[in-house]
Ligand binder design. Structure first.
Ligand code: AMP
Ligand code: ZN
Length: 476
C-alpha cells in the first residue's frame, strides 16, 4: 500500500524527478515560505498552503516522518520584491496608525486561523523572522567578506560572487524585477540587500543594531537562516508560490551557496505552486478589494469548499477564482457529504493493501500530487454499490488523510454556513419550506409561489426534486 514511487516536479531541473528522502534517519524536511503578515492573507496565498499541506499529507501518508516549517515574515519584505520601497510592515503600520508589532501579531493569528479552517495540518514549526534577526546578522557576517559589499543604504550581496546565479529562474532575463535597479551604488542590478540601514535621522519601528549600523534584514536572508537553523542544509524540499522562482528563491540559493562555500542550492527539490487568478490576473494583496477566506464564509461558503476547489486543479496550473468555480466546488462537496452521511452506521473494516481504490489514490497523488485525478477516484469509491459500508469507511480514512476534506466528520448542517448578511436563519427557511409544502398539498399554488419568491429574494434557491434530497441552497 502507498507503494507507488513518488514523483515530484523540481523547478531547479525543470523536470519530474523521483523523490527519495535525503537522509532517512532525519525524515523528510520541508520548508515553505510563509506569509507576509501585514494584511489578511488572500485566497491566492492560501492556495499556496493548501498545496504545501497536500505535499506534507502525501509524504506522511506514504510513510515518511516529516518535519515541516512554515515561517512568518514579520519583517523585511519590501513593497517591491526588487529591493525597492518601504518594508510592508512599516508601510501598513504608518497607514493604519498602528504599531508594526501589533499588526504582525494580529495577521499571523488570522493566518493560523485560516489554516485551521482549511483543515491544513499544523506544521512542525512556524518561526517568526523577527526572532531570528541575531542569527541573520551572524549569517551575514559569515558571508560578508567574500560575497557582500557595503554602500550607503546597506550591505548588498554581490550576485556575481556565486556560480550560476539565477539558474532557478532560467535565463537571466527571467529574473523578474531584479533587472530594475532602483538603488544607487549597487554593482549589478540583481544584487540584493542583506542588511538595510535605517537612513540617518529616521527611526523605524522594527530595527536592530548590526555591524553595518542600525537597520533591518533583507527579506531573502530570513529564509536561508531559518531553513538552515531549523532543518539543516541541505534539506529535502523548499516550496513557495511561482513568483518566488524569479527573485526570492534565486537569492536564497545564492546566500546558501555563499554560506556553504559550495554549489549546492540548499534543498534537493524546489517546488512552486501556480497562481490563483481572477479575471484581472494574479490575485494580490496590493490590488485592493481582496478575496479572503473570511469574506467567503461571510457569503455562506464553507472553507472546505475552497479547499476542494484548490484540489480540483493541479498545483502547477493556474486556477481561476470565479463564482462558477466556487459554486461547482461547493456542490461537489455537498454531494460527497450527502453520500457519506447516507451510509448506514457500520464499523469500518480493514482497508487491505491491494484495494483498487487505494492503488488509484496512491497512483494519482504519487504522480506529482495529482489531486484532480484523485477526486474522481474518491467519488467513484463512495458511489460504488459493490463495496460494503465498512470498506468505504475504512477507505475514507485514507482519502481524508490525503485530501483533508474531513468527510468523516463534515455534516450537512455544518455545510450550511450562514452568510453574514443573511436575513433568514436556517430554521426560518425550513419553516417557510414547510409552509410552501402545505400550500402545495392544499393546491394553493399562488401561496406556494409567493413563498418561493420570498425565499429567492432572500438569496435562497428552492431545489425541488434534487437527487440528493437537498431542499434548498443559498445563492452565492
Ligand atoms: P506573501 O504573503 O505575499 O509573502 O505570499 C505568501 C505565499 O503566497 C507565497 O508563497 C506566494 O508566492 C504565494 N502567493 C501569492 N499570491 C498568490 C496567488 N495569487 N496564487 C497563489 N499563490 C500566491
Ligand atoms: Zn522565503
Amino acid at each position: 500500500m502507498n507503494a507507488a514511487p513518488l514523483t515530484l516536479y523540481n523547478s531547479i531541473t525543470r523536470s519530474l524527478e523521483r523523490f527519495e528522502p535525503l537522509d532517512a534517519a532525519k525524515g523528510v524536511r520541508v520548508y515553505s515560505c510563509g506569509p507576509t503578515v501585514y494584511s489578511d492573507p488572500h485566497l491566492g496565498n492560501l492556495r499556496a498552503y493548501v498545496f504545501t499541506d497536500t505535499l506534507s499529507r502525501v509524504l506522511s501518508w506514504k510513510g515518511n516522518r516529516l518535519t515541516h516549517v512554515i515561517n512568518i515574515t514579520d519583517v523585511g519584505h519590501l513593497t517591491s520584491d526588487a529591493d525597492a520601497g518601504e518594508d510592508k510592515m512599516e508601510a501598513a503600520a504608518r497607514k493604519q496608525g498602528l504599531n508594526a508589532w501589533d499588526i504582525s501579531r494580529h495577521f499571523a493569528d488570522v493566518f493560523r486561523r485560516n489554516l485551521a479552517d482549511l483543515n491544513i495540518r499544523k506544521p512542525t514549526q512556524m518561526p517568526l523572522a523577527t526572532d531570528y534577526v541575531i542569527k541573520m546578522i551572524a549569517f551575514a557576517q559569515a558571508i560578508a567578506p567574500d560575497h557582500c559589499y557595503e554602500i550607503e543604504s546597506g550591505l548588498y550581496f554581490d550576485s556575481r560572487s556565486v556560480p550560476d546565479y539565477g539558474r532557478l529562474a532560467g535565463s537571466q532575463d527571467d529574473i523578474g524585477e531584479g533587472r530594475i535597479d532602483p538603488v544607487e551604488g549597487k554593482r549589478h542590478p540583481q544584487d540584493f540587500a542583506i542588511w538595510r540601514k535605517t537612513p540617518a535621522g529616521e527611526t523605524r519601528q522594527m530595527e536592530w543594531d548590526s555591524p553595518w549600523g542600525r537597520g533591518a534584514p533583507g527579506w531573502h536572508l530570513e529564509c536561508s537562516v531559518m531553513s538552515s537553523e531549523l532543518l539543516g542544509l541541505p534539506f529535502d524540499i523548499h516550496t513557495g508560490g511561482i513568483d518566488h522562482r524569479q527573485i526570492h528563491h534565486v537569492n536564497e540559493i545564492a546566500q546558501n551557496q555563499a554560506h556553504c562555500g559550495c554549489a549546492d542550492s540548499g534543498a534537493k527539490f524546489w517546488m512552486h505552486n501556480n497562481f490563483l487568478v481572477d479575471r484581472d490576473g494574479k490575485m494580490s494583496k496590493s490590488k485592493g478589494g481582496i478575496a479572503t477566506l473570511d469574506a467567503l464564509v461571510g457569503r455562506g461558503v464553507h472553507p472546505l469548499a475552497y479547499r476542494l476547489m484548490c484540489l480540483s486543479a493541479h498545483y502547477r496550473s493556474e486556477l481561476e477564482f470565479s463564482p462558477d468555480n466556487l459554486a461547482a466546488a461547493l456542490t461537489r462537496l455537498k454531494r460527497l457529504v450527502m453520500a457519506v452521511r447516507a451510509l448506514p452506521l457500520s464499523p469500518a473494516t480493514d482497508a487491505s493493501g491491494d484495494d483498487d481504490y487505494l492503488v488509484q489514490l496512491d497512483a494519482a497523488v504519487s504522480d506529482d500530487l495529482n489531486t484532480p485525478k484523485a477526486l474522481p477516484v474518491l467519488e467513484a469509491m463512495v458511489a460504488d454499490k459493490k463495496l460494503t459500508t465498512g470498506r468505504k469507511l475504512a477507505l475514507l480514512v485514507h482519502f481524508d488523510d490525503v485530501l483533508g476534506l474531513d468527510l468523516l466528520n463534515l455534516t450537512r448542517d455544518a455545510l450550511r454556513v450562514r452568510p453574514a448578511d443573511a436575513t433568514l436563519t436556517p430554521e426560518a427557511i425550513e419553516a417557510r419550506l414547510a409552509e410552501r409544502k402545505q400550500a402545495r398539498a392544499d393546491k394553493d399554488f399562488a401561496r406556494s409561489d409567493a413563498v418561493r419568491d420570498e425565499l429567492i429574494a432572500s438569496g435562497v434557491e428552492v431545489m425541488d426534486g434534487d437527487p440528493l434530497g437537498w431542499d434548498w441552497k443559498l445563492n452565492l
